[in-house]
Design a protein around this ligand. Structure first.
Ligand code: IMP
Length: 423
């Protein structure tokens, strides 16, 4: 038995939450392996929209186990809110959610450092969600972090206080004005810890090893997207974890030879929230139309997303780095009614055309090269089988499959579970 992965191939917000939810019935366990509450996974069913930040997207299914892996960073305060919302829906979390002892905790002061760091960068800010993600991973690699398992050990409070003091000094050094009441923040954090303590903590690497041996089917759910990967994304405009498939190995404790299918998920166009280069970004009415019809607003921050054409250069980069075996295309319906659809197939870069991702996408000489296909007019939101899709939509799919040399196995034509076409 092997673990399957589902990963975003662009700058996040590809619609992983919906697809994990749709695929969950094929699996026993759904696991998150990186990121934290910077993620916002949106699921829609029975006319209601649910947004998850830390909790895996299998939580709404009966008899499925959801695991938060060691690679995730957890903010107990946001986590508490998420738990309370799920309790209102009568979701039995004690039975369905377990947490790795090795996952790191986001302290309130991590959030403040994020804020201070962004303020100090001025125009060069990353556009962080300000959830304390970067500073928490800094403490993890700097070997100062506080982990979930520490909560079961004597003296964790002292560790907590020491880390808070260290952070307060750091914040002072940024020389920027931020308002906070440290005692209030500490109080809120400590009361949220009580909620976390109601859940079961595990040594997750051991748990996964045993689950694989027993033949339990596991799906690992990525957060953010490959172009936000700390190593292979558009650095420094990235998040602070490995969002690519290797991150699933280190974020769960699963060896590479236990990885099975890698489902790569992408939108029929491209979006990005936050700062950083975006070669195919549109500043015209087509971009605005994508944003409006696609409801392109961040699920975590509510910020409007930047929109643009599909970029096959970056998509191929993500497919290669992740070892994608099957593709899933989201939001094809958003392109309905656009006369001509452009697809970026290369970049003009330093005097020649390249079709790999150069070291810096911010280079001023970089310019996308496009091919153009005819669009389709028909509304496809209610179509449930591939054959009934408009010819030009199918031409778009065939074109992409040929260029990317992979099959697009699932096509999503709307936010609801039911608006999903399997091939
Ligand atoms: P951070 O990880 O919150 O510090 O944000 C770093 C960059 O990643 C910013 O550009 C964010 O907008 C972006 N980012 C973080 N999480 C997500 C996500 O779930 N979807 C899309 N963009 C994200």
């Amino acid at each position: 038995m092997k673990i399957d992965l589902i990963l975003g191939l662009q700058w996040g917000d590809e619609g992983k939450g919906k697809i994990v939810d749709v695929l969950t019935s094929n699996y026993d366990i759904i696991a998150r392996f990186q990121g934290g509450p910077n993620a916002g996974h949106t699921l829609e069913f029975d006319g209601i929209k649910h947004v998850l930040h830390t909790i895996p997207s299998g939580i709404f299914h009966d008899k499925k186990l959801n695991i938060i892996g060691n690679g995730v960073v957890i903010d107990p305060i946001i986590f508490k809110n998420e738990i309370e919302k799920l309790k209102e829906l009568n979701v039995d979390l004690k039975e369905k959610l377990i947490i790795s002892r090795k996952a790191h905790l986001i302290l309130p002061t991590h959030r403040l450092i994020d804020q201070a760091s962004e303020l100090s960068k001025g125009k060069k800010k990353i556009g962080s969600t300000l959830k304390g993600i970067g500073p928490t991973y800094m403490d993890k690699t700097g070997r100062n972090g506080l982990r979930v398992g520490d909560l079961e050990m004597d003296g964790w409070n002292e560790k907590f206080e020491n880390l808070i003091s260290k952070h307060l000094n750091l914040i002072n050094n940024f020389n920027v004005e931020i308002d906070f009441d440290i005692e209030e923040l500490k109080k809120e954090f400590l009361s949220s810890i009580d909620y976390m303590n109601e859940l079961k903590f595990i040594d997750s690497e051991n748990y996964f090893h045993n689950s694989i041996e027993k033949g339990r089917k596991i799906l690992a759910e990525g957060a953010q997207g490959s172009l936000l990967d700390i190593d292979f994304g558009t650095y420094p405009y990235v998040t602070s974890s490995n969002t690519t498939s290797a991150g699933a190995c280190t974020g769960l404790g699963v060896p590479p030879n236990k990885i099975g299918d890698v489902f790569g998920i992408f939108k029929a166009y491209t979006t990005r929230v936050g700062s950083g280069p975006f070669p195919t970004e549109l500043f015209d009415e087509i971009g605005q139309r994508m944003a409006k019809i696609g409801n392109e607003f961040g699920a975590t921050t509510g910020r409007p997303r930047r929109c643009g054409w599909l970029d096959l250069v970056s998509l191929k980069h993500s497919i290669n780095v992740n070892g994608v075996t099957e593709l899933i295309m989201m939001k094809g319906d958003v392109l309905s009614g656009i006369g001509k659809i452009k697809i970026c197939t290369g970049y003009k870069y330093q005097g020649s055309v390249v079709n790999h991702l150069p070291f810096s996408l911010s280079d001023s000489s970089l310019e996308p090269v496009y091919e153009e296909l005819d669009g389709w007019n028909k509304d496809i939101c209610k179509i449930t089988d591939y054959d009934s899709l408009p010819l030009n939509f199918k031409n778009y799919i065939n074109y992409l499959e040929e260029k990317l040399k992979l099959k697009i196995k699932i096509i999503s034509v709307g936010p609801d579970r039911k608006q999903t076409i399997f091939r």
